[in-house]
Structure formats: structure tokens, C-alpha cells
Design a protein around this ligand. Sequence first.
Ligand code: HSE
Length: 307
Amino acid sequence: MNEIKLFCPATIANISCGFDVLGVALDAVGDEMVIRKTKKKGIRITKLEGQDLPVETHLNVAGVAGMALLEHVDYEGGFEIEIYKRIKAGSGIGSSAASSAGAVWGINELLGKPFSKADLVKFAMEGERLASGVAHADNVAPSLFGGFTLVRSYDPLDIVSIPSPSELYATVIHPQIEVKTSDSRKILKTNITLADGIKQWGNVGGLIAGLFYEDYDLIGRSLVDHIVEPIRSILIPGYGAIKSGSLEAGALGCGISGSGPSIFAFSKGKATAEKVAHTMKEVYQKIGVDYDVHVSKINTLGIKILD
Ligand code: HSE
């Protein structure tokens, strides 16, 4: 195989209570990439459509993640990458992660899979380091593994796959503003109180248990963030109205997607998820904010090959 075409899913990181450790992959939105072997060593980004992003290998997240992989393999040739961005940069649904994860997943396939998915997470994290200044894994892990993932530990890296209840749907609304992850990390406090810690890790445990038991009410009760949401929500127009409207429309819970500005809600069943989308749209239409909205099943496969 000399060439591969991929779908690289968007992801929701944090999932309210799990800052930097929880993430989930989406079905309805993702980037496409074409990766092909070349005789020339190294990596070149030969096409980048859909977003205004750098194509120089060392400035592009796919280039940097791919180079991190190539440093660990004895390979004579190189790779060309075409990136068709469908996920907007700075939207909060894992745009840099999709490109980073796609590059390393595709290169690994073309090399005959010398690396495990856990290895690929490490390489893809270098793309995240370039994008946000921090090599967080909570977007690249679900993009590579599919479904829900937990980063149990960063050192050593330990990724745990969590099952996805079959009727769980996500609604994501993206107000058309860009929030850079690096900026929205700078405003966070670096210390938390023990009281907030107790509430937060109770919810992380509750969410994981809810996903295992397919207990939708427990999932909903656990979608609470005492630490990051109060600070970051200030950057998101209409956040309070979107959240209260989503819960009234039947969502299990609602929170900031990754570092924002996208807002996500989980619902049991597609009909409720669509009702939530309708309510979210109404809020932004009323206050005059442009938006994109997605209703999506959980993507349990992660990155996949397109024909
Ligand atoms: N955990 C990261 C953050 C995710 O919230 O900064 C960024 O998508």
C-alpha cells in the first residue's frame, strides 16, 4: 500500500469533569487526509484546504506529529500529506488533534503497523504541544482509539478505553469565534481547593461508572465541572442560556467542549439530541451569534480508511 485516505474524527475533550484526562470521538464531523509514500525522506504537507494554517512541516501539527513517529523508525523514504480540514481551528472539538492523530495513524498503516495505538498517542501529542504549548492527550487518544478514553496517567502514559452506551448522542454548537487553547489555558488557576477536588473526582468516577453501567441518569448527574467551567464559560457568548435551554430540552448534561468556544450536550437518543440542537440554535439566533451545529453518535472506531 502506497497511499491511504482517512477520516479523522472530531473529539470532545474534558467532558465537563475530566480536564485533560477524558475525551470522546464524534461520528458526524472530522477531517479527511490523504497520505502517500515518497522516495524523499521526511514529511511534506502538499495540500491544506479548508483552513488557513501553516504548511511548513515544522509548523504544522500533522508534520510535527509525523516527524516524531519517523524519529523512532528506520525508514529510507518519506511521506506527502494532503489535509482537508472540516474541523475549524480554535473551535474546541479537536481540530489539531484530528490532524496530528491522522498523520501518525496513516503513516503507521503505510509502514505495516510497527506501532501500537498507545505509541501513536505519544507521537500525536507532539502535534498538540505545537498547537497549545502543552502535550495533552485527551483529544488525540479518543481520535485514535475511538469512543471514550481516560488518560489514567501521563507519566507513564496510560490510556484506558471506556465503553460507549449505544443510545448516547452528542450535540455540539460552535459559536463562530476562535478561542486558542493556549489562551484559554492561561486564564486557569493552577491550584484547586481540596473541597473542589473532592467534588470533581466524585464526578469523574460517577461518569466512568455511568458509561460502564449504561446508566444515563448517572452520566447526566456526573457532567458537572466545578473547576474550569466557571472560568472559561466567561469567554463563550450565551453560555448560561445554552446550558439551561439544553437541560430543559432534555439533555443529560451540558458543558464546554475542550477549551471552547464549542458547547456540547449529551442526550439519550437522537430525537432528544436534535431537540437540544434546535434549542441551542434558537439561543444564538436570538442574540445574533453565528454558529455551526452538529448532532452526532459516538464514534467507536476512531480514525478509519475511506475508499
Ligand atoms: N484539555 C484541553 C484543555 C483540551 O481543556 O485545554 C483542549 O481541547
